[in-house]
Design a protein around this ligand. Structure first.
Ligand SMILES: [Zn+2]
Length: 135
């Protein structure tokens, strides 16, 4: 990923956070995914009075990507209002694994714009083998 794309991916995640609908937790999250053909899709977390119906920013972004017909993620950016790094939850890691591989870059961005890059395989080392379901 070149530096321009990386910078844009980060900016899109930060901008997405601004649209977070999180009146219950007050925990705003923004995410953006970069596809194999260089497109970026972003999303924010959206909560609901029925708490279990909330959707995370990462899945929001990924589902928009899928709706646009894209199927390959090469990088993900995630940010919040925390000064520490937050990582995708277990459900989002599973959804990321559908469209990404162990080498996919996960960029974690703090409120103060500190950035940490981790490979997806490091935070989700053993995805379930569900290839059979795709046949
Ligand atoms: Zn999540």
């Amino acid at each position: 990923m070149n530096n321009d794309l990386r910078a844009e991916l980060i900016q899109r995640a930060i901008r997405a956070k601004e649209t977070s609908y999180s009146p219950y937790s007050k925990f705003r999250v923004g995410a953006a995914v970069l596809t194999g053909d260089g497109e970026i899709f972003s999303g924010c977390n959206v909560e609901n009075a029925s708490y279990g119906l909330a959707i995370c920013a990462e899945r929001n972004a990924i589902f928009q990507m899928a709706f646009a017909g894209k199927r390959k993620i090469v990088a993900v950016a995630v940010t919040s209002d925390e000064t520490t790094f937050i990582t995708p939850c277990g459900a989002c890691r599973q959804v990321i694994s559908e469209f990404a591989g162990p080498g996919t870059e996960i960029l974690l961005i703090t409120k103060n714009k500190k950035i940490k890059s981790v490979k997806f395989g490091k935070i989700f080392p053993a995805p379930p083998s569900l290839e059979k379901l795709k046949k």
